[in-house]
Design a binder for this molecule. Structure first.
Ligand SMILES: [Zn+2]
Length: 454
């Protein structure tokens, strides 16, 4: 049975309503009563003028859907059964199986709530209906067996210093709006030559669990908290985070909760069509995603935002992730589709088998970014008072720039495959970072910042 199939019998409950233009991006909680003894609930959501959530499309309606059970909808509640955004209109939840990413647990009697988020409202307004069936007897659908597009195996050069690992921290699976399972994604990451992979599904109710296969890249479990004013990632904290946040202060306190739970927090893709980050800067995130997908996808704007943080003395670290959603199907959208490992984040953890150890290195800023798993490598070391040394590999023909507070303080042509040089940083600079570029200004690799004032 396909996900879009509806049961034949009339629904047990029908919820209807309307969102006007002014209601855009304000969540509504619509209650319904679940009787005792139910083992499966099916919801079918319909509305007029439906368009996809594609950030380049406007003029119609896009409705996000989530579900809370009888335990309630407050922040952190165990009653959060899941959120599927706008890409599913038929949702089954039950004791034994549920439509991903909804949690499979017993169905408790009482007041449940459908969460409706009008992400886009077109000129006609948005009229919705939610049909609900109790125990319709829907069987678990077959997994997607259509072919994966790229099965080639990358040959990656060795790290220029032993112990450095390659990874991609930002990816999606069928647990949100990706088209492939976590196992498919990890296998693709392995073919790309990666040692670790972050899985960060939108508003997941729980963290992903690694498949039992020691040959797969190490899973860095995370969640992308997906709100209407920006997205932020949390890795390493096993709970859900509230995405119904009205303003920057609410985000600040939710990020505090995430950090207190041991999570590492990053503000994602702060650039046009990222979608952008509209909550303001300096809210307690430890990282900022300066490189999301291919470099040419407006990442220069995210990088400038990071430089502004550094210039203001905010020691947030640079993050990178491909944001890959699809391994199958057609290549759609205005920009080139994301590929696992483009870009790649590099770390040298104490324990290469531990996600915590990898996150500790990232938190400390001991990482660098390259365009791909085979891209140029670059290490920066603070060798003396105002001295840094740069080592590169595979960067011949590129230009090395030293940058402080967004200003290039030195530019040097790299003329051989293994290359190193010492630099003295001007007394006025509080910090310095290094960046490799081609002759057109496309960034090929960048380091984190070295702080020179202790
Ligand atoms: Zn995002």
């Amino acid at each position: 049975m396909s996900q879009e199939t509806r049961p034949l019998a009339p629904p047990d409950i029908q919820l209807t309503g309307r969102f006007e233009l002014d209601d855009v991006q304000v969540y509504r909680h619509v209650p319904f009563e679940v009787p005792a003894g139910v083992r499966q609930i099916h919801l079918d959501v319909a509305y007029n003028d439906r368009i996809s959530s594609d950030k380049y499309l406007t003029g119609g309606n896009t409705l996000d859907v989530g579900l809370f059970d009888e335990r309630g909808s407050q922040s952190g509640s165990l009653g959060f059964r899941g959120w599927s955004g706008s890409n599913k209109t038929a949702i089954t939840v039950g004791e034994t199986w549920s439509t991903p990413p909804y949690r499979s647990e017993p169905i408790g009697a009482g007041t449940w709530q459908v969460l409706l988020g009008p992400y886009k409202i077109g000129p006609n307004g948005l009229d919705y209906s939610v049909d609900i069936w109790f125990d319709p007897g829907i069987e678990k659908p077959e997994p997607n067996r259509s072919p994966i597009l790229d099965l080639s195996v990358a040959t990656v050069p060795p790290p220029i210093e032993a112990g450095w690992l390659r990874g991609d921290l930002h990816s999606h699976s069928t647990a949100s709006d990706g088209d492939s399972t976590l196992l498919d994604m990890l296998q693709a990451a392995r073919r790309a030559g990666l040692d670790f992979m972050g899985s960060t599904d939108h508003n997941a109710a729980m963290l992903p669990e690694a498949p039992d296969d020691p040959d797969l890249p190490l899973l860095i479990p995370g969640i992308e908290v997906t709100t209407y004013k920006g997205h932020w990632n949390v890795w390493g904290a096993n709970r859900w985070f509230d995405f119904r946040l009205p303003d920057g202060e609410a985000v600040r306190s939710e990020m505090q909760i995430a950090r207190n739970a041991g999570g590492f927090v990053s503000a994602n893709h702060p650039k046009p069509f990222g979608p952008p980050w509209e909550y303001g800067f300096g809210l307690g995130y430890q990282g900022i995603e300066v490189w999301n997908g291919y470099w040419q996808s407006l990442n220069a704007i995210s990088l400038a935002a990071w430089d502004a943080h550094l210039a203001a003395g905010q020691r947030v670290v640079a993050m990178a992730g491909s944001d890959t959603h699809f391994l199958r199907g057609e290549d759609q959208g205005a920009l080139r589709r994301a590929t696992i490992g483009h870009p790649t984040m590099w770390v040298k953890p104490d324990d290469p088998t531990s996600a915590t150890s990898i996150l500790d290195e990232i938190r400390a800023g001991r990482s660098f970014i390259s365009a791909s798993p085979t891209g140029p490598q670059m290490l920066i070391d603070h060798t003396g008072d105002r001295d840094v040394s740069i080592r590169t590999g595979g960067a011949a023909g590129l230009i090395l720039a030293l940058i402080s507070s967004g200003t290039v303080i030195s530019a040097t042509a790299v003329d051989k495959d293994r290359w190193d040089q010492e630099f003295r940083v001007p007394a006025s600079a509080t910090h310095v970072r290094a960046q490799l570029m081609d002759g057109c200004g496309n960034v090929e690799a960048l380091t984190n910042a070295v702080w020179l004032d202790g």
